[in-house]
Ligand binder design. Structure first.
Ligand code: THG
Length: 266
């Protein structure tokens, strides 16, 4: 089954940012519950947008979310010290978002992850920047899987984020990532593929139709998780329908449940 990582608890979103600034726990808790009810399998928590406040904001968010979350949390920060602080607060094992091949980050994250039993998102990013070809994405994923395996993280706990790039800057950016996902899944059948999707439509109008069709194509290529807004009913219906069509929904049970609940409608 496809895994939805709810992206809404992110201080880059204006309403979340003011709720965090005003320490409005009710707003945050309500949002988490709505994401869960809409079908989020994980709740991502990112406190990075209020410069200089990430540590205290992350701590406050986790103090309030943890007792109210029925699903695992995804600790989202580029800063390994924030991830360590957050990890220590967790009662249930969280997912770590993220490690990358950027040297400073990689060197700080590897000792931290060593021997831990947790899922981890691994970004195909290195010190030269974003990947430039399918082979480049696959090569970076290969390195990440092998390095993480070597410190005891099994392939089934690794979520590769191939880094979706805007199709508006280069018409090959769709096939570049689709081909890479197919190749990564062929090489490492047990690995997960996740990531944000909306970059694909950056700079274009009518972004939602682009995002919905793209997630369908990515799922066919092997993407089995995404960081999205679970309150976006149309993308959720698209994902549930595609999951059924790809054979991940025995007897169409989840699809039918979605229709009965009103979550899926044409
Ligand atoms: N990969 C991984 N982690 C990630 C990302 C990724 N974490 C952060 C991000 N990308 C995914 N999360 C979000 C959260 C919120 C929004 C987008 C991505 C969002 N943005 C509105 C916008 O840009 O228009 C903000 C509007 C507002 O103010 O509300 O909602 O790719 N591993």
């Amino acid at each position: 089954m496809f895994e939805v990582i709810g992206e809404r608890i992110n201080t880059s979103r204006k309403l979340v940012q003011s709720a965090v600034a005003n320490r409005d726990a009710g707003y945050i808790i309500d949002d988490v519950k709505r994401q869960q009810e809409a079908g989020a399998n994980y709740i991502d928590v990112n406190a990075g947008a209020r410069i200089g406040h990430e540590e205290e904001d992350m701590r406050w968010l986790l103090e309030n979310i943890q007792p109210n979350a029925a699903v695992p949390l995804v600790l989202d920060s580029p800063d390994p010290t924030i991830l360590e602080m957050a990890f220590q607060m967790m009662e249930k094992t969280p997912m770590i978002n993220s490690i990358s091949l950027e040297k400073e980050r990689f060197d700080a994250m590897m000792p931290f992850l060593k021997g831990k039993e947790c899922r981890v998102i691994a970004l195909c990013m290195d010190d030269t920047g974003m990947p430039v070809s399918s082979d480049d994405i696959v090569g970076r994923a290969d390195k990440l899987v092998k390095e993480l395996n070597a410190i005891g993280i099994p392939t089934g706990s690794i979520y590769i984020d191939p880094l979706v790039q805007p199709i508006s800057i280069d018409s090959s950016k769709g096939t570049m990532v689709l081909d890479a996902v197919r190749a990564i899944k062929k090489k490492f059948p047990g690995v997960h593929i996740t990531g944000g999707l909306s970059n694909i439509s950056y700079g274009l109008p009518q972004r939602q139709i682009i995002n919905r069709i793209f997630v369908t194509m990515m799922m066919d290529a092997g993407m089995d998780s995404a960081i999205i807004d679970p309150l976006d009913r149309k993308i959720m219906a698209t994902i549930r329908t595609a999951d059924m069509l790809l054979g991940h929904d025995q007897f169409c049970m989840n699809f039918l449940k979605g229709v009965r609940s009103g979550a899926i409608a044409s």
